[in-house]
Design a protein around this ligand. Structure first.
Ligand SMILES: *[C@@H]1O[C@H](CO)[C@@H](O)[C@H](O)[C@H]1NC(C)=O
Ligand SMILES: *[C@@H]1O[C@H](CO)[C@@H](O)[C@H](O)[C@H]1NC(C)=O
Ligand SMILES: *[C@@H]1O[C@H](CO)[C@@H](O)[C@H](O)[C@H]1NC(C)=O
Ligand SMILES: *[C@@H]1O[C@H](CO)[C@@H](O)[C@H](O)[C@H]1NC(C)=O
Ligand SMILES: *[C@@H]1O[C@H](CO)[C@@H](O)[C@H](O)[C@H]1NC(C)=O
Ligand SMILES: *[C@@H]1O[C@H](CO)[C@@H](O)[C@H](O)[C@H]1NC(C)=O
Ligand SMILES: *[C@@H]1O[C@H](CO)[C@@H](O)[C@H](O)[C@H]1NC(C)=O
Length: 570
């Protein structure tokens, strides 16, 4: 940043006066352009309907104008000073390409007056075609910022066009989330109740209860659950999926070489099975050298490391074959490289291959931190996590493994950058593989409940996300960041948020049946239902014999309006 001198800065400002004229911008909530992360010869012109586009006020449309990014050190600039307001969500987008080189990461950076840099998103830029860079900023102080582009490669020659910065109030953003949730997570369902002769049954009453949700909001658990009846009750009445924090890890199950002990994991799995709670396995291996069993750390002979590692993979995966919905295979293998250092550059890819042979039906996750939650990350950025997944899939024999991406989601105790999070999920989702938030938490802070709700809604309203597991529990569990209930199992403020969302998304604790009465001439009777399985009862307040029940599946594939015909035998 020191390389940015005022001379260049001024020329940059002149340049930018022209940029103000563009009215073309990408809708930050549109997933379509980033879906395949396509590099386009001619980027589409799409007009923004919502929000205020700050880089585009005039009617003159010069979005085809192409800007060469200056060469001045790490940060290459082509930007404009903009006044930002605290608490507003600013969504950024631009199309970028390289004039030389290929496949360089290009990022957008917001620099405040005191020189603080906030990274706001990244894309992999190519030569000869345009890549979409999305992201944004949610400033914690009001003030002016300058917008820059940067690349890891200091020599990179960047071109950019169609820059846009759209502002949203928190309420506007929430409205967009809600609209998306209606579209991607729910169907409108119309019940038509008739007699055999096709006449409508007036005033039929329909009650329905979701028996299985499609989208799962789950919660981690630990061994304390085996010792606390209260914890077990608290858990089983809420969650339909879990992950164990440490109990399946190698350092827990084989503390001493050759002496495996799966007692805790087995008992927790038994509890889960008895309560119809699905389990995501965590983790076969962990690439962090500090997280190996202590006896493994002392092995120097690579062949011996390979032997014990293969034994570990075989042991744990055969034991739980067919019992888990997914496995983190090599946890955090962008941040760390224990197995690569000991066993060669393709070690992880080999282990994913072996894992898929041992349990072909289980989803195999790459699981990393800082990918969606920390825009300042350099190692496990969205583009790099996506590259890693592609690298694993490209390894011989891995073409058809059931890959998935886990974003841990350990947020810091500050306002989350929702615009960045959305763009990160766009990138992760662009492979078309399932994306899960796997360890969502945030240290305690004054607005923790509010921030957690914003993050959960952001994930739920993103089409690539198939499930969320929070790292949380009641006080007795010792989860001290996200504590959802006190020692008497009374909900905390964050606990209330989780319960509210479970209910809103129709999950385990939504015991109250939805009651509606049908008069199917009226379109307003259409009910909006989250995808999943339902138990439906049809009855009539006056006609006692008129009563029937059925199972209903509400899925994306059924289309936006699903008509359910119930014919009464009378
Ligand atoms: C804003 O966030 C930055 C980075 O997290 C922090 O250093 C700074 O103190 C924050 N400012 C305020 C006013 O909270
Ligand atoms: C249809 O059947 C119901 C119940 O048997 C009867 O009450 C109703 O009058 C019939 N309607 C017509 C148009 O036949
Ligand atoms: C439907 O009726 C059955 C039997 O009476 C009952 O067990 C079930 O809870 C009812 N379902 C709903 C959604 O009301
Ligand atoms: C195995 O683990 C369980 C639970 O963690 C513990 O109670 C038990 O003593 C262990 N068994 C052995 C043989 O170490
Ligand atoms: C590794 O396992 C193979 C096959 O079981 C064995 O022949 C070899 O001696 C082992 N290597 C070491 C270093 O223990
Ligand atoms: C690693 O795997 C790639 C293919 O995915 C292959 O081209 C390369 O030669 C392998 N490297 C080693 C050291 O085995
Ligand atoms: C906590 O729960 C207990 C039992 O459910 C109840 O008696 C008590 O009043 C609650 N305490 C608070 C502070 O709400």
């Amino acid at each position: 940043m020191k390389n940015i001198n005022n001379g260049i800065f001024l020329s940059m400002l002149c340049l930018l006066l022209c940029l103000v004229h563009s009215r073309i911008a990408i809708d930050p909530f549109s997933f379509s352009h980033s879906l395949k992360a396509e590099c386009l010869m001619k980027p589409p012109r799409s007009r923004v309907k919502q929000g205020l586009s700050l880089l585009s006020r005039s009617a003159k449309d010069d979005s085809d104008q192409e800007w060469e990014v200056e060469e001045n050190g790490a940060i290459r600039e082509m930007a404009q000073r903009i006044q930002l307001q605290q608490g507003i969500i600013y969504s950024f987008s631009a199309w970028v390409k390289l004039r030389e080189g290929n496949n360089n990461k290009v990022g957008v950076v917001f620099r405040s007056e005191n020189g603080r840099l906030v990274h706001g998103g990244e894309a992999k830029a190519k030569q000869g075609c345009w890549s979409l860079l999305k992201g944004g900023i949610v400033p914690n102080v009001s003030g002016p910022v300058d917008i820059f582009f940067e690349s890891e490669d200091r020599e990179a020659k960047i071109s950019a066009k169609s820059l846009s910065l759209i502002q949203f109030s928190k309420e506007e953003w929430k409205l967009k989330q809600d609209q998306l949730i209606e579209k991607i997570r729910k169907n409108k369902v119309r019940f038509e109740v008739t007699y055999k002769n096709n006449t409508a049954v007036k005033n039929a009453v329909i009650s329905l209860k979701q028996t299985k949700p499609s989208f799962l909001l789950g919660c981690a658990m630990n061994f304390w659950i085996l010792q606390s009846e209260g914890y077990r009750k608290w858990f089983a009445s809420r969650f339909a999926i879990t992950s164990f924090t440490n109990e399946m890890k190698w350092y827990t199950t084989e503390k001493v070489r050759g002496q495996e002990n799966y007692t805790a994991a087995d008992s927790m799995l038994k509890f889960a099975e008895e309560n119809e709670i699905l389990v995501r396995g965590h983790t076969v291996l962990w690439d962090d050298p500090k997280m190996q069993p202590s006896w493994v750390k002392n092995i120097k002979d690579p062949e011996d490391v390979m032997n014990v590692t293969l034994n570990r993979i075989n042991s744990v995966m055969k034991r739980y074959k067919g019992k888990l919905t997914g496995w983190d295979v090599v946890n955090e293998n962008l941040h760390w490289d224990y197995f690569e250092k000991m066993l060669g550059v393709n070690a992880s890819s080999r282990f994913y291959n072996l894992a898929s042979k041992l349990d072909p039906d289980v989803t195999l996750f790459v699981n990393e931190y800082n990918t969606i939650e920390n825009p300042e990350e350099v190692t496990a950025t969205p583009v790099k996590v996506k590259d890693k997944m592609e690298e694993i899939l490209a390894y011989q024999g891995n073409e058809n493994i059931k890959g998935a991406i886990g974003a841990q989601g350990h947020f810091s105790p500050t306002q989350p950058n929702l615009a960045y999070m959305r763009s990160a999920l766009d990138t992760l989702g662009s492979l078309g593989l399932p994306v899960w938030i796997t360890e969502l938490d945030m240290p305690k802070c004054p607005n923790q409940a509010k921030y957690i709700e914003e993050i959960l809604r952001e994930a739920y309203s993103h089409p690539a996300v198939e499930g969320i597991i929070i790292f949380a529990g009641p006080e007795v569990s010792g989860f001290d960041k996200l504590t959802l209930a006190d020692k008497d199992f009374n909900s905390t403020e964050t606990g209330d948020v989780i319960d509210k969302l479970l209910k809103e998304w129709h999950q385990k604790n939504s015991e109250i049946p939805n009651i509606l009465s049908v008069d199917h001439e009226n379109e307003e009777e259409d009910v909006s239902l989250p995808h999943g399985l339902y138990n439906v009862n049809v009855s009539h307040p006056q006609i006692k014999y008129l009563s029937t029940s059925l199972c209903l599946e509400v899925t994306k594939e059924m289309g936006p309006l699903q008509v359910v015909r119930v014919v009464i035998n009378a």
